[in-house]
Design a protein around this ligand. Structure first.
Ligand code: S3P
Length: 424
């Protein structure tokens, strides 16, 4: 994909549906009694992996341009798949499925692509084993995993070693099948889409700061779900609009769940001009976001903010490279175990463009404001690295190239079309 320095980006766009909410809508719809109509569903490869896994366990799911319809089978209605489940590149599918499968009365194996086979699953397997699940993995803790049938799960109280919504969700989902309440304590609040959606479907889920408690129940009741646009996809246009002089972009119907809006807080702190209009709430809060280009300055990003913007750190690193002064990202070790090592990837690629970027033990330091030049950027088979470097290319002098751009289809199949439509 060839990109050149952008003229002002202007227009009103809609970005695809939220990835986290799309996965959960299919999973929880499959486990509910009744039919779920999902609008705004993200037709990205990750969410299609989730649909495929549930179809293989006997759930009828209809996909059309307008909606996804899930015919729920109830908490105990899944059937054993003929073959092992394949989760592709999707950590959310893999980890949340572990929690669900721990409660089933059949053996099932699951695995994903090369990236999934390297990502840590021990963090999910350890609490599920404490609950009574019998799980085998490669070297104990890596995919392919086999989750065995027939153990009654027990409620536990579990202090999580990392703030991770995937881990929290896996434990809460297993908790639906336990013989008593299950309680998770996070080091910092992570996204709470699981709690909100399960509550809306009738589960008893109590949240108090970093503690969440779930009670087992007989069945979930289906409810239609309108998926808001993904703030993690909007993030690329927020940064593009901020750094390309003269830009003004409005992004419609974006999810602004407070556990996801760290990007807005940080960009505003860096001097970005962002306005919210049309704020409304339907299971999840949403609004339209408008960004106008402005001068950015460096900042520090760490602590409890990290889980609120974990997926936006690559593109925030791009914003930092175009900002005046130093930006420090710390407490972000989790970035090393995402679809790629996103700290190493971003430091390498920004440096390729002439930026002053340095890797640290738990993040990176970017000394911004140096003029950047076009280059051929690698994507590490990571959708967010590809889109972040495409945004970077818009601010670089001369021509750039994104090598293996198709990887954006994991979360945003039409990313480059939208960028072109804005004048990029
Ligand atoms: C997700 C949680 C986050 C995020 C991922 C999606 C989810 O991962 O990075 O893209 O849908 O729960 P962790 O929970 O592992 O931090």
């Amino acid at each position: 994909m060839q990109l050149s320095q952008a003229k002002p980006l202007r227009g009103t766009i809609t970005v695809p549906g939220d990835k986290s909410i799309s996965h959960r809508a299919v999973m929880f719809g499959a486990l509910a009694q009744g039919t779920t109509h999902i609008t705004g569903f993200l037709m990205g490869e990750d969410c299609l992996s989730t649909i495929d896994c549930f179809r293989r366990m006997g759930v009828s799911i209809e996909v059309s341009d307008a909606e996804v319809v899930v015919h729920g089978v109830g908490l105990h209605g899944l059937t054993p798949p003929a073959q092992s489940l394949y989760t592709g590149n999707s950590g959310t599918t893999t980890r949340l499925l572990c929690g669900i499968l721990a409660g089933q009365n059949f053996d099932v194996s699951l695995s994903g692509d090369a990236s999934i086979q390297k990502r840590p699953m021990g963090r999910v397997i350890a609490p599920l084993r404490q609950m009574g699940a019998i799980i085998d993995g490669v070297n104990g803790n890596y995919c392919p995993l086999t989750i065995h049938a027939g153990t009654q799960l027990h409620g536990i109280e579990y202090t999580m070693p990392v703030a991770s919504a995937q881990l929290k969700s896996a434990i809460l989902l297993a908790g639906l099948y336990a013989d008593g309440p299950t309680c998770v304590i996070e080091p910092a609040p992570s996204r709470d889409h699981t709690e909100r959606m399960l509550r809306a479907l009738g589960a008893q889920v109590e949240s108090n700061g970093c503690t969440v408690r779930i009670h087992p129940l007989k069945d979930l009741q289906a409810k239609d779900i309108a998926v808001p646009a993904d703030i993690s996809s909007a993030a690329f246009f927020l940064v593009a609009g901020a750094i390309v002089p003269g830009s003004e972009i409005t992004i419609q119907n974006v999810g602004i769940n407070p556990t996801r809006t760290g990007i807005l807080d940080v960009l505003r702190d860096m001097g970005a001009d962002i306005t919210m209009t049309n704020v409304r709430d339907d299971m999840e809060p949403v609004c339209d976001l408008t960004i106008r280009a402005s001068k950015l300055h460096g900042t520090t990003i760490g602590g409890d903010l990290i889980p609120r913007l974990i997926d936006e750190l690559p593109v925030l690193a791009v914003a930092a490279a175009f900002a005046e002064g130093e930006t420090r990202i710390c407490d972000a070790q989790e970035l090393k175990v995402k679809e790629s090592n996103r700290i190493a990837a971003m430091v390498t690629e920004l440096t390729r463009a002439g930026a002053d970027a340095e890797e640290t033990e738990d993040g990176m330091i970017i000394r911004g404001g140096k003029p950047l030049h076009g280059a051929a950027f690698e994507t590490y088979h990571d959708h967010r690295i590809a889109m972040s470097m495409a945004v970077c290319a818009l601010g670089c002098t001369g021509e750039s190239e994104i090598v293996n751009p198709d990887v954006v289809a994991i979360s945003y199949p039409n990313f480059f079309d939208t960028l072109s439509a804005l004048g990029g």
